[in-house]
Design a binder for this molecule. Structure first.
Ligand code: ATP
Ligand code: MG
Length: 376
């Protein structure tokens, strides 16, 4: 087994958004050098990396430079071209692997894989041709949600449909690209968990977070999740099954639905740290970003113990510029900003974590602060 990659070495990352930025911050604290590849000259991670390569993810010279200058390479977003990761892997260790990214990049492949690993996605059927819709509806029933198979995020590329005609229209609106039709679940709750695995196969699973979305975008994560211990344990166990089955190395987020019958359903996975894991930055012994650095370097996963109940709230561009003192005057509120200059509706600009001894109190406080920000 190769020796661990130690501080002083250079970690490369494809993608320079906020997840890359928080990864760079955590890894730099540990003494690593950071190289970021991202075409955007104004990328949040590029601002703080030792080296920011401003080039396309398919630029061969840039990829060759990453191979030469980095000791290990990771990514912060699932839609990085798998071919680029495969190319990099010929020269240096790359985690997660191109094969895993290819599964996570396509909702149909992802659901099939999750089923194979023993998880239970909502009833669904691939839609490649418009003529697949009738059979798909027989499987999912109505209402259903048509989702594009690739490139969806924050609820984009999703259509709720109540009839075959609406489904046909939605399929045409999608550009008739590969889709999946999914049963529309009556959601009782949504939860997620983050799991990490190194190349030796050591794993660590974070406590389960309870997620609230607004307009298809994560709004709040509550930890500990207010769910039966048996359901939380099952979610963590299933996340472990997934990383074992994938032979995964890195940090993986797994999103679940809990339906009105209290059944745990697999929603999707993200082969990287996740917005719903930002609570770990202030409330766990090891943040998800430090964890990413540790496991890609072949170190044992850090302790994932929750030190305090916590609620994370996203700050989107809709609500900009916030009344900063509302956040900064609170001693138990931790503000995180991503250094993005341009605020657009729906764009993730930052988040805050509220800590305290009682999760209901913390949630109340987090919501009260949000209302004050929204009013200002
Ligand atoms: P992200 O990557 O930001 O999590 P995404 O675009 O990949 O988002 P999903 O996780 O598929 O989207 O869906 C976003 C949200 O839409 C879910 O968290 C859930 O609230 C709702 N949703 C999605 N699929 C279903 C479904 N089958 N039944 C009920 N609600 C759903
Ligand atoms: Mg999602």
């Amino acid at each position: 087994m190769a020796a661990p990659i130690l501080p002083g070495s250079t970690l490369g990352i494809l993608g320079g958004g906020q997840l890359g930025r928080m990864f760079c911050t955590a890894a730099r604290n540990m003494g690593y050098q950071l190289n970021v590849l991202d075409p955007d000259p104004d990328s949040p991670a590029g601002h703080i990396a030792d080296d920011h390569v401003e080039a396309a993810y398919t630029d061969m010279a840039a990829l060759d430079y990453m191979v030469r200058s980095c000791d290990v390479i990771t990514t912060e977003f699932e839609n990085v071209p798998a071919g680029s990761m495969r190319y990099l892997a010929r020269g240096k260790p790359v985690y997660p692997s191109a094969e895993v990214l290819e599964i996570a990049q396509n909702r149909n492949r992802e659901k099939a894989f999750a089923r194979k690993a023993g998880l239970k996605p909502a009833a669904s059927h691939p839609v490649v041709h418009e003529s697949d819709l009738e059979q798909a509806i027989r499987i999912t029933g109505l209402p259903a949600i048509l989702k594009t198979a690739t490139l969806g995020y924050d609820g984009k590329g999703q259509y709720v449909v109540e009839s075959l005609q609406q489904a046909q229209q939605a399929f045409r609106d999608s550009g008739a690209v590969e889709c999946v039709l999914e049963k529309k679940i009556e959601l009782k709750q949504e939860i997620s968990t983050i799991v990490a695995r190194n190349r030796q196969g050591d794993t660590a699973v974070y406590p389960v977070g309870e997620n609230e979305h607004r307009n298809g975008i994560l709004h709040i994560t509550i930890v500990p999740a207010r769910v039966d211990e048996a359901i939380a344990a099952m979610a963590r166990q299933q996340a472990l099954q997934l990383v074992e089955e994938l032979d995964y190395v890195g940090v993986l987020a797994v999103e679940f639905f809990i339906d009105s019958n209290n059944e745990l359903l697999f929603n999707e996975m993200a082969p990287r740290p996740h917005n719903s894991g930002h609570y770990t930055e202030d409330a766990c012994v090891t943040s998800q970003f430090e964890q990413q650095a540790r496991v890609i370097c072949g170190l044992p996963p850090g302790d994932v113990t929750l030190l305090s109940p916590v609620v994370m709230v996203n700050l989107l561009g809709d609500l900009w510029r916030p009344d900063w003192p509302v956040l900064l005057n609170e001693p138990d509120v931790k503000l995180h900003l991503y250094g993005k200059k341009e605020a657009r509706p729906g764009r993730k600009m930052g988040h805050y974590n509220v800590l305290g001894s009682d999760v209901e109190q913390v949630l109340k406080k987090a919501r009260a602060i949000y209302s004050r920000l929204a009013e200002a």
